[in-house]
Structures are given as structure tokens and as C-alpha cells.
Design a protein around this ligand. Structure first.
Ligand SMILES: Cc1ncc(COP(=O)(O)O)c(C=O)c1O
Length: 430
């Protein structure tokens, strides 16, 4: 059978399986939501991790806040009704861009260093080697396992993507935070950065920054590069959302700055830029000498990503980028609608995101913890959003909630803002 036919057959089977698991046609074929199977929900709802034996990794301790956030997400998911507003989980409903399946699939399973032309323009700037992994998540962990010894300090922004913060813990690193300042539109405090970066073994940053949508400026990228050079550290840069930027912005690759190529590894994937999360294809890009140990960890971790999925990812990267541009234009309009709606609610403060899927609202004026706010909002108005605990330092997130604005059409975003306004008015008139 031709590879293309096999791929089509697989996709049909996958989407049938998904309809069984979840609510069917509303979900993108590329997003395998096995994550939400009943058994998984049961497992996560249990009070503790059974794997915590004396002398072994204390997962309960490491993930305590993260678990709360997961359980809330899962509850949201489980209790969701067909009409509910789902702003909690970042899986857009766009189909995987259709040119993927029309392409002749010409790549088999491969391991090791790949041709760099598979990967997008930002990474091509880098001029490095490419290691293909099972998503950016695997790439990040593989790199950390190579370059972080137990107790080593790793610099993260505060807030940050919690998948980055938790992977630092998995690698036994110590999280050190440098603030993104809300009053400066969630940009870095450049005066504080050099001190905070001192003694760190890895600077682990991203742009756009999840969950606030900051696209790091040239000055910020320069400052991070200065800190990396001054401390003789690795800069691990997560570019997973580098195509999802608004108002004509562009993500700057730190590897292009003087003296940075030899100390930068960039990770990315097709998950966000191409709506292909379920395909599990990502990469680490950097000089061969930096990637060699990462390659070895990768082999012992996952061996290789599926060849079929690599073929799909290659088609996405090489094919027409019109679908991506159309999605980004739609996300930008959605962002504007949501920001306008939320900004009109007394007691909520919003910074306009420069990229990404997400918008944070500061609810400190309401005097209610973010977790309570989200739970009540779901119960009363059936709008699912996420409290930002565990998305940065231990003190961050109790006054911030996150909206995903890519999941829903404009009219439902307006409707959601209306429901939130009603809810805030009812409980917290300020
Ligand atoms: C900001 C960010 N970076 C990286 C990842 C990892 O994505 P993947 O492993 O699917 O490439 C995610 C997934 O949600 C993410 O939100």
C-alpha cells in the first residue's frame, strides 16, 4: 500500500478513536486527547502519587501545585456540558492544516541528526544541527538532563510555562526566577536580570512567553545573551510558538547574537505553530558538540519519534504556510475581542498579549484567590479558565487567571466576557 494511503487510514482510525474518547468532530484530528481518558482522570484525582517510596523521587512534593491545577482542569473537562465555554486548555479546534495529508509522505523513521532544512526559518538562522524529538517537551527535558546536575540553578522567567518549570524540577535543578513585570507589559526587569542570572548553569527562557504572550525585544534578548556569556552558561530557548506573534512582531533567535551560537540550544515543535500536538514531533537545534549528549539522552528516553509523524511534520514545515498565517490572523482578532471584553470589567486588569494563545487577567482588586474565582465561575457561569498557581514562583498566580483565546469564535468570546462581567458584578462589585 502507498504510504499516503496508509497515512490516510491511520488518520481515519485515529479520529474514530477520538470520537469515542471525547466529543468527536469538534476536536482536531491531530490532537489525540487520550490524556483525558476516564482512567487517567481517576489516576490524577487520587490524593497522592503511589510511586513515592522512601528514598525515591518525591513526586508529591515536586508537583504539589501542578497537581492542583491539573485536577481543576480535569474537573472542568469532566463536568463540561456541550454549551460550556472552554478556555482552560490550550488545544485549538482548528484542523491540522490540510496540505499535510495531501503531500507525498517521503520520510521514514530516522534517528540522530537531521537535515536542518526540515525546520522553520527561525531555526535555519541558527545554522546548527537538528535533533528530532517527541515534541519540544522531550527536547527540553533531554537538554536539562544533560546540562543540569542536582542542585544546579536554572533561571526561568516569572511567570513561565509550567512545563518548563516542572522539567527543571524533574532534572533536579533549582528554579531561580527573574520577573516579567506586569506594569511593563510583562517584560523583563533588565536591571535585575544580571544579579538573578549569577551562578545559574542554564538560562531557560522562551518567546513568546507562555502564559503572558510577551515577545522578547531585541534589548531583552541581548540582556539574556550578556547574562549567558557573563556566567558561561547554556541558553535554552523554547521557540515552540515562534509563528504565533501579533502586530507584525518577530521572534529573535538568541543564537544569532555575537558569541551565542556556541552556547544556545533552541527547542521547538509542530504542536502549536501547526496545530499538530498529537503528532509528537519537536526538535532541538544547536551546534553538534552541544547536541551530542542530548542525542544520547534522547536515545535512552524515546529512541525516536514515529516516522509517519516525522513525514507529516516535514510536510507542514515545507508546505504552504497560508494556513498558519490564516490561523494567526484569526487568533489576533480573537485576542482583540477578548481583551476588549475583559478590559471593560471593573476589577480586572489585562495586558494585551504580543503572541501566543493566552491572555492573563489580574483579579487582585476582587480580593479572591484565583482558584476560588475559577471554580465559582465554572460552577455558576460555565466558563472554564485556569488559575495561574504553579506557572512561576510559589507566590505567583494566586491573583491571576488565564484565558485561551484561540479555542472559541469571536461571538463566544464576547458571550464569555459578558458572563464574567455578570459574575463579577454579582459577587465583587468594585
Ligand atoms: C509553551 C509551550 N512550550 C512547549 C510545549 C511542549 O509542546 P510539545 O511537547 O507538544 O512540542 C507546550 C505544550 O503545551 C507549550 O505550551
Amino acid at each position: 500500500m502507498q504510504r499516503v494511503e496508509i497515512a490516510h487510514q491511520c488518520m481515519r482510525l485515529l479520529s474514530q478513536g477520538m470520537q469515542h474518547i471525547e466529543d468527536g468532530p469538534r476536536l482536531p484530528a491531530a490532537n489525540l486527547l487520550i490524556l483525558w481518558s476516564p482512567a487517567r482522570i481517576q489516576m490524577c484525582r487520587k490524593e497522592g502519587y503511589r510511586t513515592t517510596f522512601p528514598g525515591h523521587l518525591n513526586l508529591e512534593q515536586r508537583f504539589r501545585q501542578h497537581r492542583q491545577a491539573i485536577v481543576l482542569c480535569l474537573k472542568n473537562r469532566q463536568t463540561a456540558q456541550p454549551g460550556d465555554m472552554k478556555f482552560g486548555v490550550g488545544l485549538p479546534k482548528d484542523q491540522a492544516h490540510p496540505h499535510l495529508l495531501r503531500q507525498q509522505l517521503g520520510v521514514g523513521a530516522t534517528i540522530g541528526f537531521q537535515e536542518r532544512h526540515y525546520i522553520g526559518p527561525l531555526l535555519a538562522d541558527h545554522g546548527g544541527e537538528v535533533l528530532v524529538t517527541c515534541g519540544a517537551g522531550e527536547a527540553m527535558l533531554d537538554v536539562l538532563l544533560c546540562y543540569v546536575n542536582p542542585g544546579d540553578r536554572v533561571l526561568l522567567t516569572n511567570p513561565t510555562y509550567n512545563g518548563m518549570a516542572q522539567r527543571v524540577r524533574l532534572a533536579d535543578g533549582v528554579q531561580v526566577f527573574t520577573d516579567l513585570v506586569e506594569e511593563r507589559g510583562w517584560h523583563l526587569d533588565l536591571a535585575a536580570l544580571p544579579t538573578q542570572a549569577r551562578g545559574c548553569k542554564v538560562l531557560f527562557v522562551m518567546s513568546p512567553v507562555m502564559p503572558v504572550g510577551t515577545v522578547l525585544s531585541h534589548a531583552e534578548t541581548e540582556a539574556l545573551a550578556d547574562a549567558a556569556r557573563a556566567n558561561d552558561t547554556l541558553l535554552l530557548f523554547n521557540a515552540s510558538l515562534d509563528k504565533i506573534v501579533y502586530d507584525g512582531r518577530r521572534v529573535i533567535s538568541p543564537a544569532t547574537l555575537p558569541g551565542m551560537r556556541e552556547r544556545t540550544i533552541i527547542v521547538g515543535s509542530v504542536s502549536k505553530n501547526y496545530n499538530m500536538m498529537g503528532w509528537r514531533i519537536g526538535w532541538a537545534v544547536g551546534p553538534r558538540e552541544l547536541l551530542k549528549p542530548v542525542h544520547d539522552v534522547h536515545i535512552f528516553n524515546t529512541i525516536m519519534p514515529s516516522g509517519l509523524a516525522q513525514a507529516g511534520a516535514t510536510a507542514a514545515l515545507r508546505g504552504s504556510q497560508e494556513g498558519v498565517a490564516a490561523s494567526v490572523a484569526r487568533y489576533e482578532r480573537n485576542r482583540d475581542v477578548l481583551v476588549e471584553g475583559l478590559s471593560a470589567i471593573a476589577g480586572l486588569r489585562v495586558v494585551v498579549p504580543e503572541g501566543g494563545y493566552y491572555c492573563l487577567a489580574n483579579i487582585s482588586a476582587l480580593g479572591v484567590p484565583s482558584t476560588t474565582f475559577c471554580q465559582q465561575l465554572l460552577a455558576e457561569e460555565e466558563v472554564a479558565i485556569t488559575p495561574m498557581v504553579a506557572w512561576g514562583s510559589d507566590t505567583f498566580g494566586h491573583q491571576h487567571v488565564r484565558f485561551i483565546f484561540t479555542n472559541e469564535p469571536e461571538e463566544r468570546l464576547r458571550e464569555a466576557a459578558g458572563r464574567i462581567a455578570r459574575f463579577v458584578q454579582r459577587h465583587y462589585a468594585v
